[in-house]
Ligand binder design. Structure first.
Ligand code: CTP
Ligand code: MG
Length: 240
């Protein structure tokens, strides 16, 4: 099942090697079931459903390579061992990609309801010439900067802020250069591209691409799937 990741034009790296401490499920978050299907499986199948992705490299903790492979039979997937932080895990995924890939996506396993349209928008923008592309949403709440005591220092101009999602898309040579150039861990991959001074473009994200971080997020995801199951046909296909 673990086919090599070469020969594919668009390869997605799915970092799934975190512990899920904030979710507190007692197992790595990617293996937590969401209405009977592990988040990792939902995330991988969402990428493959887009038809924009040829191959997926899943990155898990070392003792879970076999379990992850067993969860993903029949898919064009390679499973590799990750590292101590997200940046190290993505680097391990990048190292497993063969020479024929020209576009790479990096997509959190913890975003199990991401619609195919987001994946397609990101790949389309990279194909159109952008070296790095991230899906973003406007920020709805007023944002304030506070000091160590929690006292407000300033109100940030919300109109220029965006919340960032995944998948993030890159020309693979540019992401490899960014990973080679910046030793510091970052919370997203575009941060490494920014650090070497390359431009990062944006496309519209989607509220359904939210990250499951806490038990609250998991409950929201369950309710969304349950709602889709009793609702209109189109969302059933998409997230049910
Ligand atoms: N991740 C990873 N390797 C790590 C840490 C994180 O592959 N060493 C992955 C997670 O599995 C997740 C994504 O990066 O899919 C986003 O990270 P986050 O939401 O922070 O997940 P966790 O690190 O698992 O959660 P927590 O921070 O609450 O422990
Ligand atoms: Mg984390």
């Amino acid at each position: 099942m673990n086919r090599p990741a070469s020969g594919a034009a668009v390869v997605a790296v799915v970092p799934a090697a975190g512990s899920g401490l904030r979710l507190g499920a007692g197992v790595p978050k990617a293996f937590v079931e969401l209405v009977g299907v592990p988040m990792l499986v939902r995330a991988v199948d969402g990428l493959l459903a887009s038809t924009a992705v040829d191959h997926v490299v899943v990155v898990v903790q070392g003792d879970q390579v076999g379990d992850a492979s067993a969860l993903l039979p029949g898919r064009p997937v390679t499973v590799v061992e990750g590292g101590a932080d997200r940046t190290a895990s993505v680097a391990a995924g990048l190292a497993a990609i063969g020479p024929d890939a020209d576009v790479v996506l990096v997509h959190d396993a913890a975003r199990p309801l991401t619609p195919a349209g987001v994946v397609e928008r990101v790949v389309g923008a990279v194909r159109a010439g952008a070296p790095a592309v991230i899906p973003v949403l406007p920020v709805a709440d007023t944002i304030k900067q506070v000091d160590d005591a929690g006292v407000v220092v300033s109100t940030v101009n919300r109109s220029a802020l965006r919340a960032v999602q995944t998948p993030q898309g890159f020309r693979i040579a540019d992401l490899r250069r960014a990973y080679a150039g910046t030793p510091d861990p970052r919370t997203d991959d575009a941060g490494l591209v920014e650090a070497i001074g390359d431009p990062v473009a944006t496309v519209p994200g989607d509220p359904l691409a939210f990250k499951v971080t806490t038990a609250w997020d998991l409950r929201i995801a369950e309710l969304l799937i349950a709602g889709a199951t009793v609702g209109a046909a189109e969302p059933v296909e998409r997230i049910g």
